[in-house]
Design a protein around this ligand. Structure first.
Ligand code: RET
Length: 293
């Protein structure tokens, strides 16, 4: 074996050094040391924890299987949230990423453990965990509206696509244009979700007798959810006019309304209107049409 096969080349060592530069522990300390970022994450861990306890207490006596399914979907929202924020606060799901040429944060540095490191803080765990929490919100809303399985499936799958392509936008460091192309794909998926929420489910909710609560939650959801792509675009991931701490609080504030307040309103309705939403979870398919031959 030659020496070059055993020893890493100078470039390889440099790459290894750069990757090892920021440890998870340093990211954990970095979050704790920034009052704005830390409060935005720890406040949500506390709120999610309290919501879980409150929601379990509120829904413990539900009997109807459909009402219970709506309750479980709603309860999963703060369960995913507490895990998401724990991932961010522990440094597990945040990274320092160097933005590509042409990006507003190109060449930016971040102070980590008293040293200046190339790149900006990217809380990519947020975008990843939205792919788990937002489908639960849509499942609860769709079931509340008495929507058909196809429209619930469509809303949920496009919503997951929106979150994952949003994650791709945040993680792309090769090209500035590609970041915005991912963002565009994500927005297109978002339009599909909004279309279903605004044009398909209100009619279903009318027929199901849940129009009042559905329309309140629909409005809350549409207004809050529109805030997320705006913060993305203005924050460090996008044109970087908002600093990291303000961006983090922006998402956290939206989360408080879009998740905990949303879930509380839904569950409060559910426990006092169990009979309105009651029914079978899976509708029995209508008798198959006789075959032609
Ligand atoms: C991103 C960026 C790319 C474009 C779009 C986005 C939309 C995100 C939304 C997130 C909603 C999150 C919620 C989380 C609750 O747990 C990914 C920011 C359209 C709508 C409600």
């Amino acid at each position: 074996m030659t020496e070059s096969q055993v020893l890493p080349s100078a470039t390889e060592s440099l790459v290894t050094l750069q990757q090892a530069e920021v440890t998870q522990g340093e990211l954990f300390e970095h979050v704790l040391a920034d009052p704005l970022i830390a409060s935005s994450l720890y406040a949500n861990i506390a709120l999610a924890g309290l919501s879980i306890l409150l929601f379990v207490y509120m829904t413990k006596d539900l009997q109807d299987p459909r009402a219970k399914l709506i309750a479980v979907a709603t309860l999963l929202v703060p369960v995913v949230s507490i895990s998401s924020y724990t991932g961010l606060a522990s440094g597990l799901t945040i990274s320092i990423l160097e933005m590509p040429a042409g990006h507003a944060a190109e060449g930016a540095t971040t102070m980590i453990g008293g040293e200046s490191v190339d790149g900006v803080v990217t809380p990519w765990g947020r975008y990843l965990t939205w792919a788990l929490s937002t489908p639960m919100i849509l499942l609860a809303l769709g079931l509340l509206a008495g929507a058909d399985a196809t429209s619930i499936f469509t809303a949920i799958t496009f919503d997951i696509a929106m979150c994952i392509t949003g994650l791709a936008a945040a993680l792309t460091t090769s090209s500035h244009l590609m970041r915005w192309f991912w963002y565009f794909i994500s927005c297109t998926c978002f339009v599909v979700v909004l279309y279903i929420l605004l044009t398909q489910w209100p009619d279903a909710a009318d027929a199901a007798g849940t129009a009042d609560i559905f329309n309140t939650l629909k409005l809350l959801t549409v207004v809050m959810w529109l805030g997320y792509p705006i913060i993305w675009a203005l924050g460090v991931e996008g044109i970087a006019v908002l600093p990291v701490g303000i961006t983090s609080w922006g998402y956290s504030a939206l989360d408080i309304v879009a998740k905990y307040i949303f879930a509380f309103l839904l569950l409060r309705y559910l426990v006092s209107n169990e009979s309105v939403v009651s029914g079978s979870i899976v509708e029995t398919p209508s008798a198959a049409a006789p075959a032609d031959d």
